[in-house]
Design a protein around this ligand. Structure first.
Ligand code: GTP
Ligand code: MG
Length: 336
Protein backbone atom coordinates (compact mmCIF):
# COMPACT_ATOMS: atom_id res chain seq x y z
CA UNK A 1 0.00 0.00 0.00
CA UNK A 2 1.16 3.46 -0.79
CA UNK A 3 0.33 6.60 1.06
CA UNK A 4 -0.60 9.85 -0.55
CA UNK A 5 -0.55 12.77 1.83
CA UNK A 6 -0.87 16.52 2.02
CA UNK A 7 -0.68 19.26 4.61
CA UNK A 8 -3.07 22.14 4.22
CA UNK A 9 -3.95 25.38 5.96
CA UNK A 10 -7.60 26.31 6.24
CA UNK A 11 -9.09 29.55 7.46
CA UNK A 12 -12.77 30.20 7.75
CA UNK A 13 -14.28 33.61 7.05
CA UNK A 14 -14.50 36.23 9.75
CA UNK A 15 -17.93 37.32 10.91
CA UNK A 16 -19.00 40.81 9.87
CA UNK A 17 -19.33 43.47 12.59
CA UNK A 18 -22.64 44.57 13.91
CA UNK A 19 -23.75 48.02 12.83
CA UNK A 20 -24.36 51.14 14.92
CA UNK A 21 -27.15 53.10 13.33
CA UNK A 22 -30.22 55.12 14.33
CA UNK A 23 -33.39 55.57 12.47
CA UNK A 24 -33.71 59.08 11.14
CA UNK A 25 -36.99 59.79 9.52
CA UNK A 26 -38.50 63.16 8.96
CA UNK A 27 -41.74 62.74 10.82
CA UNK A 28 -40.73 60.16 13.37
CA UNK A 29 -39.73 62.09 16.46
CA UNK A 30 -37.63 59.54 18.21
CA UNK A 31 -35.60 57.38 15.91
CA UNK A 32 -34.45 54.26 17.70
CA UNK A 33 -31.36 52.18 17.03
CA UNK A 34 -31.59 50.14 13.84
CA UNK A 35 -28.10 48.67 13.30
CA UNK A 36 -28.23 45.15 11.86
CA UNK A 37 -26.03 42.20 12.78
CA UNK A 38 -22.96 41.20 10.84
CA UNK A 39 -23.13 38.17 8.54
CA UNK A 40 -21.45 34.93 9.53
CA UNK A 41 -18.12 33.98 8.00
CA UNK A 42 -18.03 31.07 5.56
CA UNK A 43 -16.87 27.62 6.70
CA UNK A 44 -14.17 25.62 5.00
CA UNK A 45 -15.64 22.19 4.32
CA UNK A 46 -13.97 19.04 2.99
CA UNK A 47 -16.20 16.74 0.94
CA UNK A 48 -15.34 13.25 -0.26
CA UNK A 49 -15.95 12.80 -3.97
CA UNK A 50 -15.44 9.69 -6.03
CA UNK A 51 -14.23 11.71 -9.04
CA UNK A 52 -11.17 12.74 -7.06
CA UNK A 53 -8.69 9.90 -6.75
CA UNK A 54 -5.61 11.33 -5.14
CA UNK A 55 -4.42 14.30 -3.11
CA UNK A 56 -2.35 15.62 -6.00
CA UNK A 57 -4.37 18.85 -6.25
CA UNK A 58 -3.08 19.85 -2.82
CA UNK A 59 0.45 19.95 -4.13
CA UNK A 60 -0.45 23.02 -6.14
CA UNK A 61 -2.46 24.91 -3.60
CA UNK A 62 -2.20 24.41 0.12
CA UNK A 63 -3.84 27.40 1.73
CA UNK A 64 -7.59 27.89 1.66
CA UNK A 65 -9.66 30.77 2.98
CA UNK A 66 -13.41 31.11 2.99
CA UNK A 67 -15.18 34.42 2.51
CA UNK A 68 -15.85 36.75 5.44
CA UNK A 69 -19.32 37.91 6.42
CA UNK A 70 -20.44 41.42 5.45
CA UNK A 71 -20.96 44.06 8.12
CA UNK A 72 -24.46 44.78 9.30
CA UNK A 73 -26.20 47.87 8.02
CA UNK A 74 -28.80 50.39 9.09
CA UNK A 75 -32.51 49.67 8.79
CA UNK A 76 -31.87 46.37 10.58
CA UNK A 77 -30.13 44.86 7.60
CA UNK A 78 -28.08 41.82 8.47
CA UNK A 79 -24.84 41.52 6.55
CA UNK A 80 -24.62 38.77 3.96
CA UNK A 81 -22.95 35.58 5.15
CA UNK A 82 -19.62 34.69 3.59
CA UNK A 83 -19.72 31.87 1.08
CA UNK A 84 -18.44 28.54 2.34
CA UNK A 85 -15.43 27.08 0.65
CA UNK A 86 -15.83 23.44 -0.35
CA UNK A 87 -12.72 21.36 -1.05
CA UNK A 88 -13.07 18.02 -2.80
CA UNK A 89 -10.95 15.16 -1.50
CA UNK A 90 -10.88 11.49 -2.50
CA UNK A 91 -13.11 8.98 -0.79
CA UNK A 92 -10.92 7.34 1.86
CA UNK A 93 -9.24 10.53 3.01
CA UNK A 94 -8.35 10.59 6.69
CA UNK A 95 -8.10 14.03 8.26
CA UNK A 96 -5.56 14.39 11.05
CA UNK A 97 -4.48 17.28 13.25
CA UNK A 98 -1.21 18.99 12.43
CA UNK A 99 2.07 17.35 13.38
CA UNK A 100 2.67 17.54 17.10
CA UNK A 101 -1.05 17.79 17.83
CA UNK A 102 -1.74 14.09 18.07
CA UNK A 103 -2.51 11.31 15.66
CA UNK A 104 -6.18 10.67 16.42
CA UNK A 105 -8.10 11.27 13.17
CA UNK A 106 -10.55 14.17 13.21
CA UNK A 107 -12.54 12.53 10.46
CA UNK A 108 -12.43 9.59 8.11
CA UNK A 109 -14.32 10.28 4.91
CA UNK A 110 -15.17 6.75 3.80
CA UNK A 111 -18.20 7.47 1.66
CA UNK A 112 -18.83 9.77 -1.27
CA UNK A 113 -20.64 12.88 -0.14
CA UNK A 114 -19.41 12.68 3.45
CA UNK A 115 -18.24 16.06 4.73
CA UNK A 116 -16.13 17.55 7.47
CA UNK A 117 -16.17 21.16 8.61
CA UNK A 118 -12.45 21.85 8.68
CA UNK A 119 -12.80 25.45 9.90
CA UNK A 120 -15.91 27.03 11.30
CA UNK A 121 -16.79 30.54 10.14
CA UNK A 122 -16.85 33.33 12.73
CA UNK A 123 -20.24 34.50 13.96
CA UNK A 124 -21.38 37.93 12.89
CA UNK A 125 -21.35 40.65 15.57
CA UNK A 126 -24.56 42.07 16.99
CA UNK A 127 -25.88 45.38 15.74
CA UNK A 128 -26.61 48.16 18.23
CA UNK A 129 -30.36 47.36 18.15
CA UNK A 130 -29.59 44.31 20.28
CA UNK A 131 -28.14 46.40 23.06
CA UNK A 132 -31.29 48.47 23.56
CA UNK A 133 -32.97 48.10 26.94
CA UNK A 134 -35.68 50.05 28.80
CA UNK A 135 -33.06 52.25 30.40
CA UNK A 136 -30.63 52.31 27.51
CA UNK A 137 -32.48 53.66 24.55
CA UNK A 138 -29.66 54.85 22.35
CA UNK A 139 -26.95 52.22 22.56
CA UNK A 140 -23.75 52.84 20.67
CA UNK A 141 -22.40 49.36 21.43
CA UNK A 142 -22.00 46.72 18.78
CA UNK A 143 -20.45 43.29 18.56
CA UNK A 144 -17.33 42.85 16.44
CA UNK A 145 -17.41 39.85 14.13
CA UNK A 146 -15.73 36.72 15.44
CA UNK A 147 -12.52 35.50 13.82
CA UNK A 148 -12.93 32.47 11.59
CA UNK A 149 -11.35 29.29 12.88
CA UNK A 150 -7.97 28.47 11.33
CA UNK A 151 -5.73 25.46 11.47
CA UNK A 152 -3.25 23.25 9.76
CA UNK A 153 -4.46 19.78 8.88
CA UNK A 154 -2.88 16.65 7.53
CA UNK A 155 -4.70 14.64 4.89
CA UNK A 156 -3.81 11.03 4.27
CA UNK A 157 -5.07 8.56 1.74
CA UNK A 158 -4.27 4.91 1.28
CA UNK A 159 -4.11 4.43 -2.42
CA UNK A 160 -5.69 1.53 -4.25
CA UNK A 161 -4.70 1.05 -7.84
CA UNK A 162 -7.17 2.07 -10.57
CA UNK A 163 -5.07 0.58 -13.34
CA UNK A 164 -2.95 -2.58 -13.37
CA UNK A 165 0.00 -3.33 -15.66
CA UNK A 166 0.28 -6.96 -16.65
CA UNK A 167 2.51 -8.77 -19.09
CA UNK A 168 5.43 -11.12 -19.45
CA UNK A 169 8.71 -10.23 -17.79
CA UNK A 170 10.60 -7.59 -19.78
CA UNK A 171 7.46 -6.35 -21.54
CA UNK A 172 8.25 -2.81 -20.44
CA UNK A 173 5.79 -2.41 -17.56
CA UNK A 174 8.14 -0.64 -15.17
CA UNK A 175 9.46 1.59 -17.92
CA UNK A 176 5.90 2.68 -18.69
CA UNK A 177 5.20 3.31 -15.01
CA UNK A 178 8.34 5.42 -14.75
CA UNK A 179 7.31 7.72 -17.61
CA UNK A 180 3.64 8.20 -16.79
CA UNK A 181 3.83 8.42 -13.00
CA UNK A 182 5.94 9.84 -10.22
CA UNK A 183 7.21 6.36 -9.33
CA UNK A 184 10.81 5.37 -10.03
CA UNK A 185 10.82 1.59 -10.32
CA UNK A 186 13.90 -0.43 -11.14
CA UNK A 187 14.21 -1.14 -14.86
CA UNK A 188 16.56 -3.64 -16.44
CA UNK A 189 17.00 -5.80 -19.49
CA UNK A 190 16.43 -9.06 -17.67
CA UNK A 191 13.24 -10.79 -16.54
CA UNK A 192 11.89 -10.36 -13.01
CA UNK A 193 13.43 -6.99 -12.42
CA UNK A 194 10.33 -6.05 -10.49
CA UNK A 195 10.01 -8.15 -7.36
CA UNK A 196 7.10 -6.49 -5.65
CA UNK A 197 4.23 -4.25 -6.74
CA UNK A 198 4.90 -0.55 -7.08
CA UNK A 199 2.24 2.12 -7.30
CA UNK A 200 2.52 5.43 -9.05
CA UNK A 201 0.18 8.37 -9.50
CA UNK A 202 -0.62 9.66 -12.98
CA UNK A 203 -1.36 13.36 -12.98
CA UNK A 204 -3.80 13.48 -15.82
CA UNK A 205 -4.75 17.11 -15.88
CA UNK A 206 -5.63 18.71 -12.61
CA UNK A 207 -8.09 16.90 -10.39
CA UNK A 208 -7.91 13.95 -12.73
CA UNK A 209 -5.27 11.73 -11.33
CA UNK A 210 -5.28 7.99 -10.98
CA UNK A 211 -3.14 5.24 -9.58
CA UNK A 212 -1.27 2.62 -11.58
CA UNK A 213 0.15 -0.60 -10.17
CA UNK A 214 3.20 -2.21 -11.72
CA UNK A 215 3.50 -5.84 -10.72
CA UNK A 216 6.15 -8.47 -11.39
CA UNK A 217 5.97 -10.17 -14.77
CA UNK A 218 3.84 -13.28 -15.14
CA UNK A 219 4.93 -16.43 -16.92
CA UNK A 220 3.22 -19.63 -17.93
CA UNK A 221 2.29 -21.57 -14.81
CA UNK A 222 2.41 -18.48 -12.57
CA UNK A 223 -0.81 -19.68 -10.94
CA UNK A 224 1.07 -22.85 -9.93
CA UNK A 225 3.91 -20.76 -8.56
CA UNK A 226 6.19 -20.56 -11.58
CA UNK A 227 8.39 -17.47 -11.67
CA UNK A 228 7.25 -15.19 -8.93
CA UNK A 229 3.83 -16.77 -9.22
CA UNK A 230 0.53 -14.97 -9.22
CA UNK A 231 0.77 -13.80 -5.60
CA UNK A 232 0.86 -10.17 -6.69
CA UNK A 233 -2.29 -10.30 -8.78
CA UNK A 234 -4.30 -9.41 -5.70
CA UNK A 235 -2.94 -5.89 -6.15
CA UNK A 236 -4.86 -5.56 -9.39
CA UNK A 237 -8.09 -7.20 -8.22
CA UNK A 238 -9.68 -3.86 -7.44
CA UNK A 239 -8.50 -2.02 -10.55
CA UNK A 240 -10.90 -0.76 -13.22
CA UNK A 241 -8.76 -1.64 -16.19
CA UNK A 242 -5.71 -3.73 -17.00
CA UNK A 243 -3.04 -2.68 -19.45
CA UNK A 244 -1.72 -5.80 -21.06
CA UNK A 245 1.75 -5.00 -22.37
CA UNK A 246 3.17 -6.97 -25.28
CA UNK A 247 6.74 -6.45 -26.46
CA UNK A 248 6.50 -5.78 -30.21
CA UNK A 249 10.21 -6.41 -30.71
CA UNK A 250 10.33 -10.02 -29.50
CA UNK A 251 11.25 -11.91 -32.68
CA UNK A 252 10.92 -15.38 -31.17
CA UNK A 253 7.45 -16.07 -29.80
CA UNK A 254 4.46 -14.88 -31.83
CA UNK A 255 2.65 -12.14 -29.93
CA UNK A 256 -0.68 -13.95 -29.73
CA UNK A 257 0.97 -16.88 -28.01
CA UNK A 258 2.36 -14.49 -25.45
CA UNK A 259 -0.99 -12.82 -25.03
CA UNK A 260 -2.62 -16.21 -24.37
CA UNK A 261 -0.09 -17.01 -21.65
CA UNK A 262 -1.07 -13.94 -19.71
CA UNK A 263 -4.78 -14.43 -20.36
CA UNK A 264 -4.58 -18.00 -19.09
CA UNK A 265 -2.83 -16.89 -15.94
CA UNK A 266 -5.43 -14.20 -15.31
CA UNK A 267 -8.22 -16.74 -15.83
CA UNK A 268 -6.55 -19.33 -13.57
CA UNK A 269 -6.19 -16.76 -10.84
CA UNK A 270 -9.92 -16.04 -10.94
CA UNK A 271 -11.31 -13.16 -8.85
CA UNK A 272 -12.88 -11.73 -12.00
CA UNK A 273 -9.55 -10.72 -13.49
CA UNK A 274 -10.35 -12.15 -16.89
CA UNK A 275 -13.59 -10.17 -17.06
CA UNK A 276 -11.86 -6.87 -16.45
CA UNK A 277 -11.60 -4.35 -19.26
CA UNK A 278 -8.22 -4.63 -20.98
CA UNK A 279 -6.25 -2.31 -23.21
CA UNK A 280 -3.71 -4.20 -25.32
CA UNK A 281 -0.50 -2.24 -25.57
CA UNK A 282 2.28 -2.94 -28.07
CA UNK A 283 5.51 -1.71 -26.48
CA UNK A 284 9.04 -0.61 -27.53
CA UNK A 285 7.81 0.74 -30.86
CA UNK A 286 10.96 2.86 -31.20
CA UNK A 287 12.81 -0.38 -32.08
CA UNK A 288 12.41 -2.37 -35.30
CA UNK A 289 9.61 -4.93 -35.16
CA UNK A 290 7.72 -7.23 -37.52
CA UNK A 291 4.67 -5.40 -38.85
CA UNK A 292 2.80 -8.75 -39.06
CA UNK A 293 3.23 -9.16 -35.33
CA UNK A 294 1.52 -5.90 -34.69
CA UNK A 295 -1.14 -6.64 -37.31
CA UNK A 296 -1.94 -9.91 -35.52
CA UNK A 297 -2.25 -8.12 -32.20
CA UNK A 298 -4.52 -5.48 -33.70
CA UNK A 299 -6.71 -8.08 -35.38
CA UNK A 300 -7.02 -9.99 -32.13
CA UNK A 301 -7.89 -6.80 -30.25
CA UNK A 302 -10.51 -6.09 -32.89
CA UNK A 303 -12.08 -9.55 -32.48
CA UNK A 304 -12.21 -9.21 -28.73
CA UNK A 305 -13.40 -5.62 -28.85
CA UNK A 306 -10.37 -4.39 -26.92
CA UNK A 307 -8.66 -1.09 -27.59
CA UNK A 308 -5.14 -1.45 -28.97
CA UNK A 309 -2.44 1.20 -28.51
CA UNK A 310 1.15 1.25 -29.67
CA UNK A 311 3.67 3.00 -27.46
CA UNK A 312 7.30 3.64 -26.90
CA UNK A 313 7.87 4.49 -23.29
CA UNK A 314 11.53 5.15 -24.04
CA UNK A 315 10.72 7.70 -26.75
CA UNK A 316 7.58 8.97 -24.99
CA UNK A 317 5.44 8.08 -28.01
CA UNK A 318 1.79 7.17 -27.88
CA UNK A 319 1.47 7.86 -24.18
CA UNK A 320 -1.13 10.59 -24.40
CA UNK A 321 -3.61 8.47 -26.46
CA UNK A 322 -2.97 5.54 -24.15
CA UNK A 323 -3.72 7.60 -21.06
CA UNK A 324 -6.85 8.95 -22.70
CA UNK A 325 -8.08 5.41 -23.35
CA UNK A 326 -7.26 4.45 -19.78
CA UNK A 327 -8.99 7.49 -18.38
CA UNK A 328 -12.20 6.56 -20.16
CA UNK A 329 -12.29 3.33 -18.14
CA UNK A 330 -11.24 4.95 -14.90
CA UNK A 331 -13.87 7.65 -15.25
CA UNK A 332 -16.61 5.30 -16.44
CA UNK A 333 -17.57 3.72 -13.14
CA UNK A 334 -17.65 6.94 -11.23
CA UNK A 335 -20.70 7.56 -9.22
CA UNK A 336 -21.74 11.20 -8.95
N1 GTP B 1 13.84 0.53 -26.78
C1 GTP B 1 12.97 0.42 -25.76
N2 GTP B 1 13.26 -0.36 -24.72
C2 GTP B 1 12.36 -0.44 -23.72
C3 GTP B 1 11.14 0.27 -23.75
N3 GTP B 1 10.44 -0.02 -22.64
C4 GTP B 1 11.22 -0.88 -21.93
N4 GTP B 1 12.37 -1.13 -22.57
C5 GTP B 1 13.49 -1.98 -22.11
O1 GTP B 1 13.01 -3.28 -21.87
C6 GTP B 1 13.65 -3.86 -20.73
C7 GTP B 1 12.62 -4.32 -19.72
O2 GTP B 1 11.92 -3.20 -19.24
P1 GTP B 1 11.14 -3.19 -17.85
O3 GTP B 1 10.35 -1.93 -17.85
O4 GTP B 1 12.07 -3.43 -16.73
O5 GTP B 1 10.20 -4.45 -18.06
P2 GTP B 1 9.15 -5.09 -17.04
O6 GTP B 1 7.98 -5.48 -17.83
O7 GTP B 1 8.94 -4.18 -15.89
O8 GTP B 1 9.96 -6.38 -16.58
P3 GTP B 1 9.78 -7.25 -15.22
O9 GTP B 1 9.79 -6.32 -14.09
O10 GTP B 1 10.95 -8.15 -15.23
O11 GTP B 1 8.49 -8.01 -15.38
C8 GTP B 1 14.57 -2.77 -20.20
O12 GTP B 1 15.87 -3.00 -20.71
C9 GTP B 1 14.00 -1.51 -20.77
O13 GTP B 1 14.98 -0.51 -20.94
C10 GTP B 1 10.88 1.11 -24.89
O14 GTP B 1 9.86 1.79 -25.02
N5 GTP B 1 11.82 1.13 -25.86
MG1 MG C 1 9.31 -4.43 -13.98
Amino acid sequence: MFLDSARIFVKAGRGGSGCVSFRREKFVPKGGPDGGDGGHGGDVVLVARSQVRTLVAFRYKRSFKAESGQHGQGSLKTGASGRRLVLSVPVGTVILPDEGEGDAPLADLVEAGQRFVAAKGGRGGRGNTRFKTATHQAPREFGPGEEGQERHLRLELKLLADVGLVGLPNAGKSTLLSVITNARPKIAAYPFTTLRPILGVVEWERHRSFVVADIPGLIEGAHRGAGLGDQFLKHVERTRVLLHLVDLTDPVTPPLERVRVIENELASYGAGLSEKPVVLVGTKADMPFEPEHEAALKAYAGERGLPYRRISAAAHKGLEPLLRAVWSFVAEEESP
